[in-house]
Write a protein of this length. Structure first.
Length: 586
């Protein structure tokens, strides 16, 4: 690419660019200058690129800035920061033509052309966002801005292939991104939305038909995984520009259902006015993908609904529980199991073994294999009508020994754990009370000895640290149990048993109307062939909050014909509600 390739010469080219609408994004969608480039990214990215954005006030600043940037980036590995800066410069090329010398302008444009051509060799799986920005959006931007220049115009076809391949390869076929890249869901949606508008401006779609379908499916998942304030679950807090991103995506690729969902789940800053949607006419709010290792347990489409996001890439599980306006739990749900003093390391990844979603509940069960033949099955139940969350780990071993279990659930935001003084339950308190937590496998009263505890702990790195506390915590009822250091904090549940198997359940009552009522729980006797079975074979519990009562059962040994409170069971697990006539409704 040289000056001689310009139609009419440099002076005519400069005049032509000065009258061109730049950039070519539709004003009705993309207002606000450079802001669309930072949709889905934290504000630090705008600060990092602020020097690039300030170039062009004077010819001297522009010349010096371009030369410094070209020297600093020469030979470097293209990453996200470079991609954002390259796109910023590409969009500002018409303006920079008025201030740069021909030599500098024709050094910068070929550099960006080479970047766009070379970016296709970057590994999509390792760097999905830089690939889509540099090999997809950057060449499409250059082709859109300078269709008169053959080297720029020729980039469009390759950009369409890269963008379409990204949508097809990074999503599960139904629009859900793999959990490894869950945090990139909105930045990628922003990239693909900008490109969608560019394609429409160029009068030729930038996605293939399968890719367009994936783009539409993805919009619904972004709406599903939205917090009360519209920000992404398991992501940072609401940021400027996210409202415009979501409005633009729904306008460009959303269907009628998505527009109705957006009016239901997003705050006013991110939604268009319209009639209130009818819940019965909307698709199911919960979703899961075994391929993506991602699930969302959600009671309904309202902004205040209870919702549990679960991503389980490889050997980790991250969860986020939202209730009302608050994030109650958010972060890695850790697991630490030791057998006879030996910490058992994972020998497999977390895998989904069961998913059920119906009118009553969303149920997800995962499993991971540890050393010594130990398996851990992790249960998650969100009951819609009952407004409860049930989380449990079943540790299933092959040989008996001293089995020690510990897990941590990081608390979100300003939520604190308020333990009771005389009993082992506690309350999760944010701006309002959000949940009652019952450690079902532990005795209710602290006067009874227990081989475990439910406590508040501080987090160090990715693990847990128990805060120093006496065996019988000396706390006033309702006082927050939080590390004095003010560090990020979590709920830690511990259990110890001399057995091959143990069960560690947590029962969360999320209905604030029941919090003032009396409550209790009991371990129940489980019998088989008229004999009481030990705890490492099967466990049963009864929970009562006011007049509401529930039954929990889990078989730890191979399933058998057992009885619990007069109910005959042959299943592996049961969570049920007691009706007013004493019968149970699973």
């Amino acid at each position: 690419m040289a000056r001689g390739d310009l139609p009419g010469g440099w002076c005519a080219w400069k005049h032509h660019l000065s009258e061109r609408h730049c950039p070519a994004y539709a004003d009705s969608i993309f207002s606000g200058g450079e802001a669309p480039l930072y949709w889905g990214l934290s504000p630090e990215w705008l600060a990092r690129s602020s020097t690039v954005l300030s170039w062009g006030h004077t010819a001297e600043e522009a010349e010096q800035g371009v030369r410094s940037w070209l020297n600093e980036t020469a030979g470097g590995a293209p990453g996200l920061e470079y991609a954002i800066e390259a796109l910023t410069l590409a969009r500002r090329l018409p303006q920079l033509a008025q201030r740069l010398s021909p030599e500098s302008w024709f050094t910068l444009l070929p550099h960006l052309l080479d970047t766009a051509n070379d970016a296709g060799t970057i590994d999509l799986e390792r760097q999905p966002l830089p690939v889509q920005l540099l090999a997809g959006e950057l060449p499409l931007t250059l082709a859109c801005l300078f269709p008169e220049l053959k080297p720029c115009r020729a980039l469009a076809q390759g950009a369409r292939k890269v963008l379409s391949a990204g949508l097809v390869d990074l999503l599960d076929g139904a629009g859900l991104i793999h959990s490894r890249h869950f945090g990139l869901m909105r930045p990628l949606l922003a990239c693909w939305t900008r490109c969608r508008v560019l394609g429409d401006d160029m009068k030729r779609p930038c996605f293939t038909a399968p890719a367009r379908r994936q783009y539409g499916f993805m919009i619904r998942h972004v709406l599903r995984f939205a917090r009360h304030d519209g920000s992404a679950m398991l992501g940072p807090a609401w940021q400027d520009g996210e409202g415009r991103l979501l409005r633009a995506a729904v306008a460009m690729g959303g269907r009628a259902d998505d527009r109705a969902i957006a009016r239901s789940v997003l705050p006013a800053a991110a939604r268009r006015p319209g009639p209130k949607p009818v819940a019965a006419a909307l698709p199911e709010p919960a979703t899961q993908s075994e391929w993506a290792a991602t699930a969302l347990l959600r009671s309904d489409w309202s902004r205040t609904s209870e919702r549990l996001a679960v991503v389980y890439p490889e050997k980790s599980v991250q969860v986020e529980l939202g209730c009302g306006k608050e994030v109650v739990l958010s972060g890695p749900w850790s697991l630490d199991v030791t057998l006879d003093g030996q910490r058992l390391k994972p020998e497999s990844d977390w895998e989904q073994v069961c998913w059920v979603s119906d009118d009553d509940v969303d149920y997800l069960e995962l499993e991971i294999g540890l050393q010594e033949g130990v398996r851990v099955q992790r249960q998650m139940v969100l009951a819609r009508q009952d407004h409860l969350l049930f989380l449990a780990d079943a540790v299933l071993g092959e040989r008996s020994g001293r089995l020690e279990y510990r897990s941590c659930l990081p608390l979100g935001g300003e939520v604190e754990f308020h333990p009771q003084q005389e009993s082992r339950e506690g309350r999760l308190q944010g701006a309002k009370p959000r949940a009652l937590v019952f450690p079902l496998a532990l005795p209710e009263w602290r006067t009874l000895w227990a081989a475990g505890e439910l406590t508040a702990v501080g987090l160090e790195g990715s693990g847990c640290r128990v805060c120093p506390a006496p065996a019988q915590p000396e706390v006033s009822e309702g006082k927050a149990a939080r590390p004095a250091s003010g560090s990020p904090h979590a709920l830690e549940l511990t259990h110890t048993a001399r057995a091959a198997r143990l069960y560690a359940p947590l029962f969360f009552d999320l209905d604030r109307r029941r919090f003032a009522r009396s409550y209790t729980w009991r371990r129940l006797t489980v019998a088989e062939a008229l004999e009481v079975v030990p705890n490492h074979v099967a466990a049963g519990y009864r929970v009562a909050v006011g007049r509401s009562q529930w039954l929990v059962y889990r078989s730890l040994a191979p399933k058998g014909n057992r009885t619990l409170l007069g109910h005959n069971l042959s299943s592996e697990a049961l969570l049920a509600r007691f009706d007013s006539d004493g019968e149970i409704a699973p």
